[in-house]
Design a protein. Structure first.
Length: 79
């Protein structure tokens, strides 16, 4: 099956990454709150995912917590 990036909703992508690592969204939000020394507000986080208004810095935090790295690679260059 061929997927295009624009066909994937961010909430589904984040859920898939979290499930693969054995972490629920609630636990992920709690970990972000712990690291950022802020309140754990699952409903706000979930709303950002649903509305696709999440910041890149928050996506970066999620990647870090789940053990992923975000890579930007020039399509014209081979690695």
């Amino acid at each position: 099956m061929d997927y295009r990036f624009e066909d994937i909703k961010i909430i589904d992508f984040i859920k898939t990454l979290a499930v693969y690592k054995g972490v629920s969204l609630r636990k992920l939000v709690a970990k972000i709150a712990e690291i950022k020394n802020s309140s754990d507000c699952y409903s706000n986080f979930y709303s950002k995912l649903k509305k696709e208004t999440i910041k890149f810095s928050e996506i970066s935090d999620i990647a870090e917590i789940l053990g992923y790295e975000i890579i930007f690679r020039d399509k014209g260059k081979s690695a």
